[in-house]
Design a protein around this ligand. Structure first.
Ligand code: SF4
Length: 310
């Protein structure tokens, strides 16, 4: 299982790095598992967070390294500590037994896929049967996703860009629009659409929910991304439309140093409605505080998300 770290092609970057020997590719991580936080998280969509939270595991490093990342402390600065699989399993088991988390939520785990599969397998063998959620950027290979078929119950991918030039400028991956579309198609083939909508289950147990974060100054990218998703998957595709962008640090891209404007978000939302998406979670801008975001993390804190303190 861990042999994939020896000539790594776990993500579409296909660096070929020998991470077992300490090599690092674009994700910046060797084969040593490093984790920035494990906690019950309340900032996901209602059928994911529920009332008792989602058991999130935040991995250090990232295969995309978007210049505007809200989690830049872990994605770009690689904050985190080495951790064994046994410790992660123990911590998640604790959260399951003591807090009753609704699911296990691996956040941006693609560069640690072998560890992720190992953790999920050990949890199952120890009787933790809550759904396993793969929460990712959308920039995944179909081969990696095939390895997850047995393990994952829910996929929560982003579909960030329809504009290849923008993908190149902000995340250095011109191939993102096509790669992510293939990835979402594979996820839907495996799990179908999120069952919260089809079955009426309050807490999701299986399926795919696609997220799209609207970026300041990039309305056309969002409009085209939604059109692409609609054209490919139709009106039943569950969609989470997000407005929470926050300039977490100074970025050499003028428009990304401000928050999203209401008119920008509602142009995108109106387009989603006009297309006819039937199942949407919408992060309306009125719901967001003017000057603070409780789910903007600080990984220097023991509990990085203030919104999780309850
Ligand atoms: S997971 Fe990391 S090392 Fe492996 S191909 Fe992707 S960026 Fe390169």
């Amino acid at each position: 299982m861990y042999a994939s770290y020896q000539a790594c092609t776990l993500c579409p970057r296909a660096c070929g790095s020998n991470r077992t020997a300490g090599g690092r590719g674009v994700c910046g991580e060797s084969a040593e598992l490093r984790i920035a936080a494990i906690e019950a998280h309340f900032g996901e969509e209602p059928p994911i967070s529920g009332s008792r939270g989602s058991g999130t595991v935040f991995f250090s490093g990232c295969t995309l390294n978007c210049i505007y990342c809200q989690n830049y402390q872990i994605s770009c600065f690689h904050m985190g500590t080495p951790m064994t699989v046994a410790v992660v399993v123990e911590r998640l088991e604790e959260l399951s037994v003591q807090q009753g988390i609704h699911n296990v939520n691996f956040v941006t785990p693609d560069h640690f896929l072998p560890h992720t599969i190992d953790i999920a397998g050990q949890l199952r063998r120890r009787g933790v049967t809550i759904p396993v959620l793969y929460n990712c950027s959308g920039y995944e290979t179909v081969e990696s996703l095939e390895r997850l078929e047995e393990m994952a119950d829910i996929y929560l991918p982003d579909y960030k860009y329809s504009d290849a030039d923008l993908a190149q400028t902000l995340s250095r991956c011109r191939d993102y629009p096509a790669v992510a579309l293939d990835a979402v198609a594979e996820m839907v083939r495996q799990k179908g659409f999120l069952d919260h909508f089809s079955s009426g289950r309050e807490i999701a147990g299986r399926g795919v929910l696609v997220r799209h974060l609207v970026l300041p100054g990039q309305v056309q990218n969002s409009i085209d991304a939604l059109s692409t998703l609609y054209g490919e998957f139709g009106a039943e595709l569950p969609l989470s439309l997000m407005s929470q962008y926050w300039p977490a640090r100074f970025i050499k891209h003028a428009e990304l140093n401000r928050r999203l404007r209401r008119e920008e978000f509602y142009r995108v939302y109106d387009h989603a409605l006009a297309l006819g998406f039937k199942h949407m979670f919408v992060q309306h801008m009125d719901a967001l505080a003017e000057n603070e975001d409780p789910f903007l993390p600080d990984f220097n804190q023991e509990r990085p998300f203030r919104g999780n303190l309850r």
